[in-house]
Design a protein around this ligand. Structure first.
Ligand SMILES: *[C@@H]1O[C@H](CO)[C@@H](O)[C@H](O)[C@H]1NC(C)=O
Ligand SMILES: *[C@@H]1O[C@H](CO)[C@@H](O)[C@H](O)[C@H]1NC(C)=O
Ligand SMILES: *[C@@H]1O[C@H](CO)[C@@H](O)[C@H](O)[C@H]1NC(C)=O
Ligand SMILES: *[C@@H]1O[C@H](CO)[C@@H](O)[C@H](O)[C@H]1NC(C)=O
Ligand SMILES: *[C@@H]1O[C@H](CO)[C@@H](O)[C@H](O)[C@H]1NC(C)=O
Length: 405
């Protein structure tokens, strides 16, 4: 199967300018693409894997291993598909958290280019002297990064490290003041896979026909790596269902339209978080970096109630309020659950609905919110999820992701 074949892609020689990359890219698209490993924070490959509450948010996120600069320096960064930009911690540190790998020093890299204030890529129009600066803030209200915007050579590695691919002049933040909450601050930074112009995806995807996919292994099989794949062979048509995807100017996420969820033979409609009985287009964002599926409180409560009714077992904790989790001990059977997106019905398995909390305890992988709804990464496990950014649709194909590693 083509999906297993790697092609060595030597993307750039030093003589090639940025404007020529798309010419090279067309040849690369034909050669089948490239894949990299997504390292789950709770897997043994992750520096955070010693932490106890592994599956509590925000720990259900994926890391990627790459290198920056010339000579290349290894980095391990978190990914998400709802933030604007990439950044890593850089020397000199005014305020850095401790990380496992050495902190990047742009002075030691011959390929680093500082961004001038006049550059059209200086997207926040923040400057210090003639230097373009950035500030990245996150919805947890705690994590942030501040520093210089620059461009560098980024190199990615295929899962066994057999092949590598490099991209020149990737826009990123060189953070001199950074804080990341909640993951055991050991990672080098943040890689954005969103649709913002500054994200990694937007900068490299033209080289791959604007197509990428991923397949997350179930949390019970984290010893097997998950993969992120770029290019035409990223997914197959056979066995896939397709649903339209849209992007919004206001937020850098990929949005889907969820019509409802069926639990057993009960179907509940989803109108987003508004009180009107109208389906809103793009009412849920699909995210790589959020473990739980996050639903507006009233809808979440409907789902939870239907779930409790459909399961032939006593919940471990009867919650006092909507924020606490619905958990069961030694849960064997779950009711059939189907996600209804526009044109795509997705039957889910236990691994999508519940996450293992340890000691035989399984908890519902959904939680309530008063804000934006997210389709989390637990519910996406064992689907080959394909993004076509030309035609703006998403494909889901039920897949044993351990077989794609
Ligand atoms: C990186 O640069 C700093 C300052 O210029 C220097 O002290 C350090 O030795 C360099 N490190 C390496 C690995 O070259
Ligand atoms: C990152 O990739 C390189 C090259 O394949 C490999 O040598 C290194 O061990 C990897 N690091 C991690 C943390 O996976
Ligand atoms: C529910 O709330 C009451 C009072 O707020 C508290 O005493 C009790 O322990 C709570 N029960 C659970 C299961 O959290
Ligand atoms: C809801 O319950 C959780 C634990 O069950 C507790 O931490 C939280 O403070 C409670 N929230 C409210 C608003 O009572
Ligand atoms: C609904 O979610 C949006 C984010 O999509 C948020 O801006 C808005 O405040 C929310 N409205 C309510 C009533 O919670």
């Amino acid at each position: 199967m083509a999906i297993f074949s790697f092609t060595v892609l030597i993307a750039f020689s030093l003589a090639i300018t940025l404007t020529q990359t798309s010419i090279l890219a067309e040849a690369e698209v034909k050669s089948g693409g490239f894949s990299i490993e997504l390292i789950h924070l709770a897997s043994k490959r992750s520096p955070a894997s010693l932490s106890t509450d592994l599956f509590l948010e925000p720990l259900g996120t994926y890391l990627i291993n790459f290198s920056v600069g010339t000579p290349p320096k290894f980095q391990l960064a978190m990914t998400d598909s709802k933030s604007y930009m990439n950044w890593i911690q850089c020397e000199p540190c005014v305020e850095c958290y401790s990380q496992n790998l050495p902190i990047f020093n742009s002075l030691n890299s011959s390929s680093y280019k500082a961004l001038s204030c006049a550059s059209p890529k200086c997207f926040q129009n923040n400057c210090e002297g003639s230097h373009c600066t950035y500030i990245a803030k996150y919805t947890d209200q705690i994590s942030y990064s501040y520093g210089d915007l620059g461009m560098e050579l980024f190199t990615f590695y295929s899962p066994q490290g057999v092949e590598e691919i490099s991209f020149r002049d990737i826009l990123f933040g060189c953070g001199h003041i950074s804080k990341v909450e909640g993951i055991g601050p050991k990672i080098s930074g943040m890689i954005s896979l969103s649709d913002s112009r500054q994200s990694l995806i937007s900068q490299i995807i033209p080289s791959f026909g604007k197509i990428f996919s991923y397949c997350f292994v179930a949390l019970a099989h984290l010893d097997v790596p998950s993969t992120l794949r770029f290019g035409e062979n990223a997914w197959g048509i056979t066995g896939s269902v397709f649903t339209p995807m849209l992007v919004k100017k206001s937020e850098p996420s990929y949005f889907l339209t969820l019509l409802g969820i069926s639990i057993g033979d009960k179907r509940m409609d989803f109108f987003g978080n508004s009180s009107s009985n109208m389906f809103r287009e793009g009412n849920i964002a699909i995210d790589i970096g959020t473990a739980m599926t996050v639903l507006p409180t009233s809808f979440y409560n409907q789902i939870k109630t239907a779930f409790i009714q459909a399961i032939d077992a006593e919940p471990l904790v009867y919650e006092n309020n909507s924020t606490s989790q619905l958990c069961y001990k030694d849960l064997i059977a779950v009711p059939s659950v189907t996600m209804h997106f526009i044109a795509a019905n997705l039957p889910l398995s236990k691994d999508n609905i519940m996450f293992p909390k340890g000691q035989g305890i399984w908890c519902l992988a959904f939680r309530p919110t008063e804000g934006q709804a997210y389709y989390g990464n637990v519910v996406q496990t064992n689907f080959l999820v394909g993004y076509d950014l030309n035609e703006m649709f998403l494909s889901f194909k039920p897949t044993d992701c351990t077989k794609l590693a």
